[in-house]
Design a protein around this ligand. Structure first.
Ligand code: PBG
Length: 327
């Protein structure tokens, strides 16, 4: 054989679109995508979010329409975030049966039936006047165990309003057990828990804080969210959450933590989700708006990469758009 002819020619399988499609190792489908949505109390028209072009704070009515369209496009699920008209120290709006999220959950479960999984983010930061994810001690620390009681009550309120999945995102120790116990005692044994198990204290949440109007009024979340240098610790958090009754686990943000996504995927036998967060979204939108990136290709490569790293489910503000494109 001549030395000029390579024995192996990987390029053969890259030659045409049909070949590439045939041998693709990772596929993106609408059912894998979950759309985060914001609903704000007391507004009648949707309001744009400056740092997240294309994403809005919905009114009760505009949420129904957008959720319907997303489900029509085939998304696997929706996850709701609420912005109450009034905030206080204990986040009273979060478990009020007439609170903004509970009303929206009732609307969506009536409208959508089983067309997609309806999830609720379960946290306090959107509802507290201080912007932290829990109840504060007099010295301004987040009181872990007092916060667990609030989370338990929120879980029951969300389940009663029709959430099929609750997603605790506050990073309090023991939060999954507290929520599981409360749900079971209240007769909501069928409601599943998607635990934000490995949630990092990330700069990439910046635009979300505008979207949910929940920037901490003092300090930051480093005393409860994970420290970016740590990955082994994520596995510890994941196993604790599974012991406590989590049905699915999540890593957040996505792109800076794809190593964690892969390690968790290899270590557990439950569905793994990754959240491509507001700042990751904003970077692409800003660059694309400047003509610096091909927006559609960047979006597809981003979501495919997160799936390839091991995420079964991707939470993304592009979910409805991409689902429609894939369909
Ligand atoms: C907390 C919560 C946050 C996000 C989801 N749930 C904000 C935070 O922890 O500060 C961020 C999502 C995003 O940036 O897209 N309720």
């Amino acid at each position: 054989m001549s030395a000029q002819f390579p024995v192996a020619r990987p390029r053969r399988l890259r030659r045409t679109p049909a070949l590439r499609r045939l041998v693709a190792e990772t596929r993106l489908s609408p059912a894998d995508l979950v759309l985060p949505m914001f609903v704000k109390e007391g507004i009648t028209e949707p309001q744009p979010i400056t740092s997240m072009p294309g994403v809005v704070q919905h009114s009760r009515d505009s949420l129904r329409k957008a959720a319907h369209d997303a489900v029509e496009a085939g998304v696997g699920g929706l996850i709701l975030f609420g912005i109450p008209a009034v905030k206080d120290g204990r986040g009273s709006g979060a478990d009020d049966p007439a609170g903004v999220v509970q009303k929206a959950l009732r609307d969506l479960s009536a409208d959508l039936g089983d067309g997609a999984v309806i999830m609720a983010d379960l946290c306090l930061d959107e509802f507290t006047d201080h912007g932290h994810c829990g109840i504060l001690t007099p010295s301004g620390d987040v009181d872990n165990d007092a916060t667990l009681e609030r989370y338990a009550s929120i879980a029951v309120a969300q389940a009663a309003a029709g959430a099929g999945v609750v997603a605790p995102s506050g990073m309090m120790d023991g939060q999954v057990r507290a929520i599981r116990t409360a749900l079971d005692e209240a007769g909501y044994g069928e409601v599943a828990i998607l635990a934000y198990s490995a949630k990092y204290a990330s700069a990439f949440y910046g635009p979300f804080r505008e979207a949910a109007e929940c920037a901490p009024q003092f300090g930051d979340r480093s005393a409860y969210q994970q420290d970016p240098p740590n990955a082994d610790e994520s596995l510890r958090e994941v196993f604790l959450d599974l012991d406590e009754g989590a049905d699915m686990v999540m890593i957040k943000p996505a792109l800076p933590y794809l190593d964690v996504v892969r390690r968790v995927r290899d270590a557990v036998d439950v569905p793994v989700a990754a959240y491509h967060v507001s700042g990751e979204y904003a970077m692409v939108e800003a660059a694309a708006a400047n003509g610096w990136l091909d927006r559609e290709r960047t979006i597809m490569e981003t979501l495919t990469g997160i799936r390839r790293a091991g995420a079964d489910i991707v939470l993304t503000y592009w979910a409805a758009e991409v689902a429609a494109r894939l369909a």
